[in-house]
Design a protein around this ligand. Structure first.
Ligand code: SAM
Length: 274
């Protein structure tokens, strides 16, 4: 089936793609920009609506990490709904939202990525694709394979995570003359493929229980934003997204509820700037 036929098929009637878009892009007061707020991102009233260009985040997994609250599945779903709904309000037209998530458990396996896709579609985001992050290069010698060489109960050992990609209202960003792209030809060819391969990072080395490697926001920032754009991480932990934003000449805003992580994030950024 050709691409055009896909878009005129009945299946696509379910997706209300607006034909004409009015681009809205508000400005964040400079005092509120390039800051990490120590509070819940359920409320991001420091930012005007329609002001953020790109969100990159990895949410809490609610599986007993030191910052997790042991929420029920409904409470957890509500937290993610509220934060991503607030993110939707803050994104400018054509803004992108990229969510890194791994699935958890085996008995049974809990597909958090599927729950997040449902939440994002319910909020009104359009999905643009999913990247499989192949982190096998850093996978330890896990032998949690269940029944050894037996069909009795073999268990899959995940060597991947997801990066789910969404956008608000428009598939394209408005090309403003003074906004500069920063991706190279070779990186564009490589990073528009849906499988990315790079190792995970050591939690101990970063000083946070679940950081992602800086390569992850570095790629997303260069692929999905212009120089000087505003990058938001509503669950920013050790500040990896914010640091990648600074390194790539973007503005950032972060939120985290744990004071120690906000301090750590500010220190990582200050160490780079100095
Ligand atoms: C998976 S970690 C993010 C790690 C980050 N990507 C990094 O590289 O360090 C999730 C973070 O969400 C924070 N968090 C949990 N609930 C929150 C909330 N309601 N608002 C803001 N941050 C929250 C936790 O403290 C934790 O640091």
């Amino acid at each position: 089936m050709t691409q055009t036929k896909i878009y005129t098929s009945k299946l696509y009637n379910a997706f209300n793609v607006p034909e004409k878009i009015e681009y809205i892009q508000e400005k964040i007061p400079s005092n509120n920009l390039n800051r990490i707020y120590c509070k819940s991102s359920k409320d991001m009233s420091e930012l005007p609506d329609n002001s953020v260009n790109l969100m990159i985040t990895s949410p809490p997994y609610n599986v007993g990490k030191e910052y997790d609250d042991d929420l029920t599945i409904d409470e957890y779903r509500n937290l993610l709904f509220n934060v991503f709904n607030e993110t939707y309000n803050k994104l400018a037209t054509g803004g992108r939202a990229c969510i890194n998530i791994a699935n958890i458990g085996r008995k049974p396996y809990v597909p958090l990525h599927s729950m997040i896709i449902d939440i994002m579609l319910e909020i009104g985001f359009f999905m643009r694709g999913e990247i499989i992050w192949d982190k096998s290069a850093s996978a330890g010698g896990s032998c949690a394979w269940g029944s050894w060489m037996s069909a009795s109960n073999p268990v899959l050992r995940d060597v991947h995570e997801y990066i789910l990609v969404f956008c608000k209202d428009s598939f394209s960003k408005k090309k403003v003359e003074y906004k500069k792209d920063t991706i190279s030809r070779d990186d564009f060819l490589e990073w528009t493929k849906s499988i990315w391969t790079f190792p995970a990072v050591s939690a101990k080395r970063v000083g946070h229980p679940a950081p992602f490697p800086i390569e992850l926001p570095h790629r997303l920032i260069n692929l999905y934003s212009y120089e000087d754009d505003v990058v938001l991480d509503p669950f920013c932990g050790s500040g990896t997204t914010c640091l990648a934003a600074v390194k790539n000449n973007r503005n950032f805003v972060g939120y985290d509820v744990v004071e120690d992580y906000v301090e750590l994030a500010n220190k990582r950024i200050a160490d780079f700037i100095l």
